[in-house]
Design a protein around this ligand. Structure first.
Ligand SMILES: Nc1ncnc2c1ncn2[C@@H]1O[C@H](COP(=O)(O)OP(=O)(O)O)[C@@H](O)[C@H]1O
Ligand SMILES: [Mg+2]
Length: 343
């Protein structure tokens, strides 16, 4: 079975009057397999909404290849659109209609049985508010109605852009249970974008992390977090000029080790232990002057992965290139940043 979603080398440039063109998608790759809840994770402005809009044929692109259920899109979207439910744009409803009437009209126009309306109202938790007019709905209730609308046609693929936005904790909990039920009991493939790693961690089995329009890493959520959240070793040398050689020595000695240069030190993850680091470096006549351990929280993992971690005295702004380029984009499991230069 082909992947449900397959994107390769997707490019989208927004051309703006009197400003530099903005490369919102810069060769993005993404793959989603059937039956999983897949998180599409990245900081604000990293290109998630742009990608989802492109997939659904809502905007044009400047290059790359996209397939849904193995069919090229947008060219062959008409062949697969009936199998896709999506909430990407913030949906507009007639304010004076009730939730139920809104769905009934949509069901009727799509030739869907009326009984389905009550089913989806129940599923999204709007049964008791179904008679109220949408005017009185909270943002969270509108979000649920939008999901109900997307579920009407019993899609095989459900795409939701930041579904937790506007929901209170109880609403988020309900949405999570609903999406997991859809995936695990109903066999629906679910793609959910988010800018919060903790949210994706609680909801999704697999994820694609994107930053500045490129894939940074993808795979099983647990593997990615485990691979990056362990204790790191911070290593300093008398001469910062030794950082490059030290980084090479460590990564050559052990494939699982990843090294990040940060100003005058190296952050080493995946090393067997501190003694191994000391010995490996000494074998190359590199003598460290300081070795400390530091454990990291989930947030710092995400910041490191997406390269927007603030550097001392220098907060990286959304849309601004971080001082460290993501040279290893698309190489799952290993994040290496270039060393040296003016960092
Ligand atoms: N219509 C547009 N015109 C110009 N720039 C846009 C437009 N839509 C999005 N962008 C820019 O493209 C980048 C990616 O945006 P978006 O896909 O909305 O990111 P995300 O959904 O990950 O927050 C951002 O820098 C955003 O400012
Ligand atoms: Mg967005």
């Amino acid at each position: 079975m082909p992947p449900v979603i397959q994107i390769s080398g997707l490019r989208k440039t927004y051309r703006r009057i009197a400003r530099q063109p903005h490369h919102a998608l810069d060769g993005l790759d993404m793959e989603v397999s059937a039956g999983e809840v897949h998180g599409f994770l990245g900081p604000n402005g990293s290109g998630k909404t742009t990608t989802l809009r492109a997939l659904l044929g809502l905007i044009g692109t400047d290059g790359g290849d996209m397939r849904i259920f193995g069919e090229h899109v947008p060219e062959r979207l008409p062949r697969v659109v009936s199998r896709i439910g999506a909430v990407v744009e913030s949906p507009q409803f007639f304010k004076h209609f009730s939730g139920r009437l809104t769905l009934q009209l949509l069901a009727e126009s799509a030739g869907i049985a009326r009984t389905r309306v009550d089913e989806v109202l129940e599923q999204v938790g709007l049964r008791d508010q179904a008679k109220q007019s949408v005017k009185g709905y909270s943002l969270g209730m509108r979000q649920r109605l939008a999901v109900a609308q997307a579920l009407l046609k019993q899609p095989e693929l459900l795409i939701l852009d930041e579904p937790a936005n506007g929901l209170d904790p109880a609403g988020i909990h309900h949405m999570r249970a609903l999406l997991q039920w859809l995936a695990h009991d109903q066999g629906v493939t679910v793609v959910v974008s988010s800018h919060l790693l903790s949210e994706v961690q609680q909801l999704c089995e697999t994820m694609t992390i994107v930053s500045r329009g490129r894939r940074i890493i993808d795979g099983r959520v647990r593997d990615i977090i485990d691979g990056h959240s362990g204790t790191r070793l911070s290593v300093r040398f008398a001469d910062a000029g030794e950082l490059t050689a030290a980084s090479e020595a460590l990564t050559e000695a052990e494939a699982k080790v990843s090294v990040t240069a940060e100003r005058d030190r190296l952050l080493v993850a995946g090393a067997p232990d501190a003694a191994w680091v000391t010995k490996t470096l000494a074998d190359r006549e590199l003598y460290l002057t300081e070795l400390t351990t530091e454990s990291r929280n989930l947030e710092s993992v995400f910041l490191e992965l997406t390269g927007t971690a603030p550097h001392e005295g220098q907060a990286v702004q959304v849309g601004q290139p971080a001082p460290q380029a993501q040279e290893s984009a698309g190489q799952p499991g290993k994040i290496e940043l270039p060393i040296g230069g003016d960092q």
